[in-house]
Design a protein around this ligand. Structure first.
Ligand SMILES: [Zn+2]
Length: 532
């Protein structure tokens, strides 16, 4: 059925488009966009949806998030700040969670940042024991690069007091050298993966599809029509494939398959909504857990210089192999030392003068200072980054990076250097709401109101481009999505205000009236569109 959408302001994000107040949708694609009269004339029999002056933007794209984890952690106790301002509040929330957690599953909380707590430190194993005695409990740090375990969880995980730090990770210890319950990096990832996959298995057949569906609905309510899942594994791929086959995906999912899982996940475009053409590698730790690999040492706990997962030669060999097999390589790199190692690997593999045809990426790029940005630009590296970190985690960055914090996530400098920067959330590390990311790219205000790198603020249109045209490019989908143009997929969002017109502070308050994927509504407030 032909559908004309009109009486709206269209922010097309197309390069040289004229003004538009009408759009014709046919077979899931945009057939015409322009003056409403001309659009209607092209399809006299079309149904008409009048939007009463609302704003239509391209469907938003999250170039790096963890879709399955969003679904999983949606069920955990919310221990984020300011919701849980101190350790007593976290204990109360874990106590409540214990009442509704089935026997055999770990009592789970998530979202805290120690520097936002009144005590300004991680909770301890003893404090978790007070809240949840006798059965395993885990509290995930908002970065998902650290967590706290109670005594029963430490025991079940096989972590003992006299044990040395495991490879690629570290344990927090008290003044006597006993484990204080905090676990950083590699053993934390292993625990998270084990708990996620065990809980999926425990929920029984179809539950993992339900988790994907729950996450998809959450993302659709934020106006997201496409997302890169930055942690695709054998079982989560199976869950996505099952949801896709059942028509229950609310986004186009572009999977970044974890490098040691590529033998277990089919590669390619599986449907219009599910693809696995990219590979994910982690080069270092996280910014807010202060485990990103930097030159120098952190002035804040756990001190040190961060964690680098691969030696340069090893990483180069991996990139060379994956590149030869046709994969787009996406490497998590936050600290300047890690970014340097990644750029060395890309430089060794890419042919000078031939650009970066597979669009190999750096994920995050937090401390990509000017000389590194210049190298990345010369190599044609795409960066998938997270403006929303600035309000959610920026005060912690300022404490950990001091004078250099104005140079973190330097979006304006990167753009000027010629780097394609794709917007993303890294949810559930922070909220998946792209309107918050857009605001933060414009304002760069931390939670405490500090301005982080004022010279790096972007104009509103450039901020929106991060989550539309540029994110589409980062997924090799710029001919399909990212702007409203004839021939592209009818993926769009109806907003109650124009994000390019309102004060930036008001952008997160803009209402998402409808999210439409291939001409079909996947989220709407009311009955604007038929067929939802
Ligand atoms: Zn991530």
């Amino acid at each position: 059925m032909d559908l004309v959408v009109q009486d709206a302001v269209f922010v097309t994000m197309a390069e040289d488009a004229g003004p538009a107040d009408g759009m014709l949708i046919r077979d899931g694609r945009i057939a015409e966009i322009g003056p409403a009269e001309a659009v209607r004339a092209a399809a006299p029999g079309a149904a008409v949806v009048r939007l009463g002056g609302a704003t239509v933007i391209p469907g938003l794209i999250d170039a790096h998030c963890h879709v399955a984890d969003v679904g999983y952690l949606a069920a955990a106790a919310d221990c984020s700040q300011p919701a849980a301002p101190d350790i007593a509040a976290i204990q109360a929330r874990l106590r409540d969670a214990a009442d509704r957690t089935p026997e055999g599953s770990w009592v789970t909380g998530g979202g805290y940042a120690e520097y936002k707590l009144r005590e300004a430190r991680h909770p301890t194993r003893a404090e978790l024991d007070q809240a949840v005695p006798g059965r395993p409990a885990v509290l995930y740090h908002t970065s998902l690069h650290a967590c706290v375990l109670n005594t029963a969880a430490l025991r079940e995980a096989g972590f003992a007091d006299r044990q040395p730090d495991p490879p690629g990770g570290a344990f927090g210890r008290d003044s006597q050298g006993r484990l204080d319950g905090v676990v950083y990096e590699a053993p934390m990832f292993a625990l998270f993966a084990r708990n996620l996959h065990r809980d999926i298995a425990r929920m029984g057949a179809g539950a993992d599809g339900g988790l994907i569906q729950a996450a998809g609905q959450r993302l659709a309510a934020f106006g997201l029509t496409a997302a890169c899942d930055a942690d695709m594994r054998r079982d989560t791929f199976a869950a996505f494939a099952e949801a896709d086959a059942g028509g229950r995906l609310s986004q186009r999912i572009y999977g970044l398959v974890v490098h040691d899982q590529i033998g277990a996940v089919r590669q390619g475009r599986h449907s219009g909504q599910l693809a696995t053409e990219a590979v994910k590698i982690w080069a270092d730790g996280g910014m807010s857990s202060r485990t990103a690999a930097i030159h120098g040492t952190y002035p804040v706990p756990p001190h040190g210089s961060g964690i680098l997962y691969f030696e340069g030669d090893e990483l180069t060999a991996m990139v060379r192999d994956l590149d030869a097999r046709g994969f787009q390589v996406c490497i998590h790199a936050q600290g300047d030392r890690a970014i340097e190692t990644v750029l060395d690997a890309y430089a060794a593999v890419l042919t000078p003068g031939a650009g970066n045809p597979r669009r190999h990426r750096i994920e995050h790029g937090g401390a990509m200072y000017p000389p590194l940005a210049a190298r990345a630009a010369a190599l044609g590296i795409v960066v998938a980054s997270q403006p929303g970190f600035l309000s959610a985690l920026g005060d912690g960055f300022a404490a950990a990076f001091g004078d250099r914090s104005d140079q973190l996530y330097s979006f304006a400098s990167w753009q000027r250097a010629g780097i394609t920067v794709a917007g993303s959330s890294d949810a559930p590390v922070i909220t998946a709401d792209p309107l918050i990311g857009i605001r933060d790219a414009i304002l760069r205000r931390t939670g405490d109101g500090r301005l982080l790198g004022p010279a790096e603020r972007l104009p509103a249109r450039d901020a929106l481009a991060l989550y539309t045209t540029q994110a589409a490019f980062a997924c090799h989908r710029e001919n399909e999505i990212g702007s409203l143009e004839p021939g592209k997929l009818a993926d769009f969002v109806v907003l109650d205000k124009n994000p390019l017109e309102v004060e930036p502070e008001q952008i997160p308050g803009i209402g998402v009236l409808a999210t439409v994927l291939g001409g079909v509504p996947v989220h709407q407030a009311g009955d604007i569109f038929p067929g939802g």
